[in-house]
Design a protein around this ligand. Structure first.
Ligand code: PEP
Ligand code: MG
Length: 587
């Protein structure tokens, strides 16, 4: 740091939802356009408005050229090339002619007309299933902001090219946004909204992108171009970090790297407790490409494949053949270990194009997952047929999400049987004995687990949803994130019911919610009798180490103590004691 630079650092506190440290230049992306005045003009004003529009386009063009020049000098002509696309926008005849036509016909001020036309144009392009056109839509949005600011007589906001490495700061990101993030460009991200069990956070962990969410109004406090350090471990975003802070984080990074190196040695070892109980340790994946990390981290297969991501960010549904090819590839990669394919869980925070969710006041309690599937049998059957066909390629199991009771489970199994009969009639091979599981993630399913257990081969507990529905705490709402307590006695009692019911009916039970990857919770889950833990691939080595250091009697004692406690805080403290005693270095 130069001796003249005395700016103190500023710290913003949120929730660290994806571990790692990122340091770089901020790119604040706001969906909202500037507040634009909206007023009528007379016929006499039209020429003046056109003149203002032309001046703003010329000004914008000059600014883009200047920025291109600066970037070419700083990092080379290749990266500056991105601005060629921006230049094309200011010369786009379709866009300009439509603005002129609307000025004549509608008679509103030009910034309003231009913003309307350009936004509509960008929206249309972004909905087309073509990566080139989607990029064009982003270019149009960028340039629109610039033109509008010029029309308003405001100085241009510094904008960082998305093609350079940056720390992305946004009000909110959808799981689809995160799924399409370019890992080479996005060093880390921070958002105003969000929580640990949102699918955006889950996706960030899968992709290994450090992330901090729930920073309230950080988008208002930062500007693109500023320097930050993002700490995804403790949920901190630091603006203008001091040399002391940077030194501290350099040390931390080294320490984490040493722990990670040690953990890779565990890859070939088994996740067996000190007293010899084997716990199946598998991984959760969202994208088929995640399968490599499953193998690399030494997981025993895939305990949850969130297939709904196949349906996002595209204009058409995936066909049966496309799905078959995808599932088959994943199954082959993890064979002989299991691949548990969860039928798509669309709805809630994962919305595919064409789903009408406008009139849903409570999407997480709406037409989601199995409910949506049972109302769209053509889409559901195409997926089940694809899964059955892929069952030949490895150790494939099928699992239904959001089962609330026996009737729903029976209907889902009925559709599965129909698909089997169809394939048989068509002479298409599949594994008849493909295992079927139910996710237990609604309290009603946990309470009725004994009746559900008679109809399936396994249970997988989705604690992310089970907790939100049990405690009535929206899993993606950062304002009530402190009320989202996995150690709540009500949650523990439900987990115990599920585990007892499964074992009474001789089926196995696993946990695939985020609770399974929380090292403080692992002793509790083992004590409750869980047979499998399925966690984000990057967490597998840590959870394996934790399992190896624990013994079942000690975990059972923990559960006995916890069940006699009245508050989540007491239970958490007791779990923390056990975890600290055995693997403090991992926490
Ligand atoms: C869960 O609810 O815990 C779960 C694993 O499913 P998802 O997070 O996809 O809702
Ligand atoms: Mg769920």
């Amino acid at each position: 740091m130069s001796s003249g630079d005395t700016r103190p650092e500023t710290r913003f506190y949120g929730a660290g939802v994806s571990p790692g440290i990122a340091r770089g230049t901020v790119n604040v992306v706001t969906d909202d356009f500037e507040e634009v005045a909206h007023y009528r003009i007379s016929a006499d004003d039209i020429a003046g408005e056109i003149g203002r529009f032309e001046t703003a386009l010329i000004q914008t063009r000059a600014q883009i050229l200047e920025m291109q020049q600066k970037i070419a000098e700083a990092i080379g002509a290749k990266d500056a090339g991105i601005f060629d696309a921006h230049l094309l926008v200011v010369e786009d005849r379709t866009l300009i002619d439509e603005v002129l036509r609307k000025l004549e016909n509608d008679r509103y001020n030009v910034e309003y007309v231009f913003q309307e036309v350009a936004t509509h144009y960008a929206d249309t392009l972004s909905k087309i299933d073509d990566p080139y056109l989607r990029e064009r839509a982003l270019d149009i949005q960028d340039v629109t902001r610039r033109v509008v600011r010029n029309l308003q007589g405001k100085a241009p906001k510094p904008v960082l090219s998305m093609a350079q490495p940056h720390v992305l700061v946004a009000h909110n990101l959808t799981p689809s946004d995160t799924a399409t993030m370019n890992r080479d460009h996005v060093l880390g991200f921070a958002t105003d909204l969000g929580s640990r069990t949102s699918h955006t956070a889950i996706m960030a962990r899968s992709l290994g992108i450090p992330a901090v969410v729930g920073l309230h109004d950080v988008t208002q406090k930062l500007e693109s171009g500023q320097e930050v350090l993002l700490d995804g471990y403790s949920g901190l975003l630091i603006l203008d970090p001091t040399p002391e802070t940077l030194w501290h984080y350099g040390e931390l990074k080294d320490r984490k790297r040493r722990v990670a190196e040690k953990l890779t040695e565990l890859r070939e070892t088994k996740s067996t407790t000190r007293d010899g109980r084997h716990i199946v340790l598998s991984a959760n994946i969202e994208l088929p490409t995640d399968v490599d990390t499953v193998v690399e981290n030494g997981a025993e297969g895939i305990g949850l494949y969130r297939t709904e991501f196949l349906y996002l960010n595209r204009a058409t549904l995936p066909t049966e053949d496309e799905q078959y090819a995808t599932y088959r590839k994943v199954a082959e990669k993890v064979a002989p270990h299991p691949l548990i394919i969860r039928t798509f869980d669309l709805g809630g925070d994962k919305i595919a194009l064409g789903m009408n969710t406008d009139d849903e006041q409570n999407p997480f309690m709406g037409l989601r997952a199995i409910r949506f599937s049972l109302e769209h049998l053509d889409i559901f059957k195409a997926q089940i047929r694809a899964i059955l066909r892929a069952s030949q390629a490895g150790n494939v199991k099928i699992m239904f999400p959001m089962i609330s009771g026996l009737n729903e489970l029976r209907r889902a199994i009925g559709v599965l049987d129909e698909c089997k009969a169809e394939l048989q009639a068509e002479g298409i091979p599949f594994r008849v004995e493909t295992e079927v599981g139910a996710m237990i993630e609604i309290p009603s399913a946990a309470l009725c687990a004994d009746s559900l257990a008679r109809h399936v081969d396994f249970f997988s507990v989705g604690t992310n949803d089970l907790i939100q529905y049990t405690l009535a705490v929206d899993r993606v709402n950062e304002r009530i994130a402190h009320l989202y307590e996995p150690t709540h006695p009500a949650v523990m009692r439900l987990l115990k019911m599920v585990s007892d019911a499964a074992h009474a009916h001789n089926i196995w039970v696993g946990v695939c919610g985020e609770m399974a990857g929380d090292l403080t919770m692992v002793p509790l889950l083992l004590g409750l009798g869980m047979d499998e833990l399925s966690v984000s691939a990057s967490l597998v080595p840590r959870v394996k180490r934790a399992v190896q250091t624990l013994s079942i009697p000690e975990c059972q004692q923990l559960v006995a103590d916890a069940l006699a406690m009245d508050t989540p805080t007491e239970v958490l403290a007791r779990c923390g004691e056990v975890a600290q005693k055995h693997y403090a270095d991992l926490i």
